[in-house]
Design a protein around this ligand. Structure first.
Ligand SMILES: C[S@@+](CC[C@H](N)C(=O)[O-])C[C@H]1O[C@@H](n2cnc3c(N)ncnc32)[C@H](O)[C@@H]1O
Ligand SMILES: Nc1nc2[nH]cc(C(=O)O)c2c(=O)[nH]1
Ligand code: SF4
Ligand SMILES: [Mg+2]
Length: 222
């Protein structure tokens, strides 16, 4: 079957987010997202895309000669053929990461994929769409698979931070899986977020979007 995906861009860059930040990584950005996070930095991926066969995507990735591949968007889980793409990349031996907004259960994602799941705070305007099933799936996973779950919370201010600490107290997800916490770029000072995390002895990994410090923050394809 000639399966396709609507692709916004495929590029090689330095992974700027998550526990793998700093490693060379191929990014496959899928077009389209039905959410509208107020501070989304990738609005250009909402509509523009090229219909591309899975084989063509895999060949493009192979050309970058890099073992780490991240599937992002847009919202990657909104296109059905993302599932066979991830499976085929895993079969070929790539380290595959998925970056998802967390509005869809990750139960159909190949278990070998490193899943980075956002928990959207109130400032995003998308908080009511969080799918807490993903937290339950991660908590129930056997330890070896739990290591392939990572949750991410992007914070714009104190209200978001307090929402996040309540979520962590209630679910204790950070005792089982890495939780990365970062700032909405240019909205909240990293030093302020760092001071809150330190004051509360919060067991999270702070991260900044590394690529926005390496290159101009609004540059595309990096
Ligand atoms: C553009 S989204 C694409 C993947 C998926 N839709 C999602 O939300 O995870 C990739 C990541 O960028 C983060 N992000 C978007 N806009 C941001 C901003 N202005 N500052 C910091 N992180 C941002 C999102 O929270 C998400 O973790
Ligand atoms: N360099 C770089 N690292 C990233 N990590 C996650 C990204 C994303 O947009 O999902 C991203 C991105 O857009 N660029
Ligand atoms: S879910 Fe991701 S791509 Fe969609 S609007 Fe929110 S940050 Fe942007
Ligand atoms: Mg990005």
């Amino acid at each position: 079957m000639n399966r396709t995906l609507l692709i916004n861009e495929i590029f090689l860059s330095i992974q700027g987010e998550s526990s793998r930040a700093g490693y060379p990584c191929v990014f496959v950005r899928l077009t389209g997202c039905s959410s509208r996070c107020t501070w989304c930095d990738t609005r250009y991926a909402m509509t523009n895309g090229t219909t591309t066969s899975l084989q063509n995507i895999i060949d493009t990735i192979a050309g970058f000669k890099t073992p780490l591949v991240e599937i992002t968007g847009g919202e990657p889980l909104e296109q059905e053929n993302v599932y066979p793409l991830m499976q085929q990349l895993c079969n070929r031996g790539y380290n595959v990461m998925l970056e998802t907004g967390g509005f869809h259960p990750v139960s159909r994602v190949d278990h070998r994929v490193h899943k980075i799941i956002d928990l959207k705070p109130p400032s995003s305007g998308s908080s009511s769409n969080n799918h807490e099933t993903n937290i339950r799936i991660a908590l129930k996973a056997p330890p070896a698979e739990q290591a392939l779950f990572e949750f991410k919370i992007v914070i714009a201010g104190k209200e978001d931070y307090e929402w996040a600490t309540r979520l962590l107290q209630r679910t204790r997800i950070n005792e089982h899986c890495p939780v990365v916490m970062g700032t909405v770029f240019s909205e909240l000072s990293p030093a302020i977020l760092a001071s809150w995390i330190l004051k509360d002895h919060l067991n999270v990994r702070m991260q900044l979007q590394l690529h926005k410090y390496i290159w101009p923050p609004d540059m595309r394809g990096v």
